[in-house]
Design a protein around this ligand. Structure first.
Ligand code: NAP
Length: 275
């Protein structure tokens, strides 16, 4: 696993990265880096200018205004397309992405039901982040909980886990429900060849459910607007206990966004990690 960092450009022959500018770089946790941004086109790789954080600390670009926040923002808004009054279910809801998904869904006026794996996380997402309902998925019967607390049916499911959990949520979805597949953490340690994920075809067909996976680099062209919106929400809600897109979520880290750059000749860059 390679970490991301905020870095200052020391030497540059690249017009988009002038000397003295700051970048978010998926280059590992190192002090000095020489790289050619235009050659770094693989998914989960790249260097991009530090977004306008509207006065927030730079570290936010590695968390809620970085890849983590963008996964929550794009996955929920583009694929789940939540409407006010919709019921949204979030798995790994106490994680870096899921905790933001629930908060954005609340901003959009949805009812949010989150599932996390410890009582501490459950308490946090319910009492501090404003989820309507939260449960420890290791201790509850998921189908019964959904029938009781999402009694009107699930409209949107933000899927971080896959497997049996997703199968059960799918069976509790409403007609024309939307599932955004962000991750499949319950299956990552499985041998992909033997990984027979349970899947409820009947619900998908009869309820006309749309299920779609995504990588955030799909929306590269909207990256700037999205980061501005996330930064604005944090400013608006950081002091508002009713609906905080809280700065606490920024304590979590995830590799920098896998953005691609438009084709141009490779240009080397020397950057230095900054605090
Ligand atoms: N598509 C994209 O562009 C994109 C971008 C970023 C992240 N992701 C994916 O999004 C997901 C969440 O990322 P994140 O950064 O929020 O993760 P994170 O903060 O590191 O959270 C990981 C959590 O997943 C839960 N977990 C671990 N094993 C599990 C299992 N077998 N079944 C159910 N839950 C399990 C654990 O929480 P509990 O205590 O709740 O069990 C763990 O703390 C990951 O699958 C990641 O790969 C995708």
């Amino acid at each position: 696993m390679v970490g991301s960092q905020i870095a200052e450009v020391l030497k540059s022959r690249h017009p988009r990265f002038p000397e003295g500018s700051k970048v978010v770089a998926y280059v590992g946790w190192r002090d000095l880096t020489i790289c050619s941004p235009d050659k770094m086109k693989a998914v989960f790789s790249g260097v991009l200018p530090l977004p306008d954080l509207k006065g927030l600390p730079n570290s936010y670009a590695l968390g809620a205004v970085g890849m983590t926040g963008l996964a929550a923002y794009f996955g929920l808004l583009k694929l789940c397309q939540p409407k006010a009054g919709d019921t949204v279910v979030v798995s790994t809801a106490g994680g870096a992405v899921g905790s933001l998904v629930g908060q954005i869904a609340k901003i959009k006026g949805c009812k949010v039901v989150g599932f996390a794996g410890t009582d501490e996380k459950v308490k946090w997402i319910k009492e501090e982040l404003g989820f309507d309902f939260a449960f420890n998925y290791k201790e509850v019967h998921l189908d019964s909980i959904l029938k009781k607390f999402a009694v009107e049916g699930v409209d949107c499911y933000f899927d971080n886990v896959g497997g049996e959990f997703t199968y059960t949520v799918t069976r509790n979805m409403n007609e024309f429900g939307r599932i955004a597949i962000c991750g499949a953490i319950s299956t990552y340690n499985e041998d992909a060849k033997n990984n027979k994920v349970p899947f409820d075809y009947a619900s998908m067909v009869y309820k006309q459910i749309r299920m779609e996976g995504f990588m955030i680099n799909r929306w590269f062209n909207e990256w700037k607007d999205a980061t501005l919106q996330l930064a604005q929400w944090i400013h608006e809600f950081d002091d508002n206990s009713q609906n905080p897109l809280s700065s606490e979520a920024n304590a979590r880290f995830y590799p920098a966004p896998p953005f691609r750059f438009p084709p141009s000749p490779p240009q080397p860059l020397l950057s230095r990690r900054v605090e």
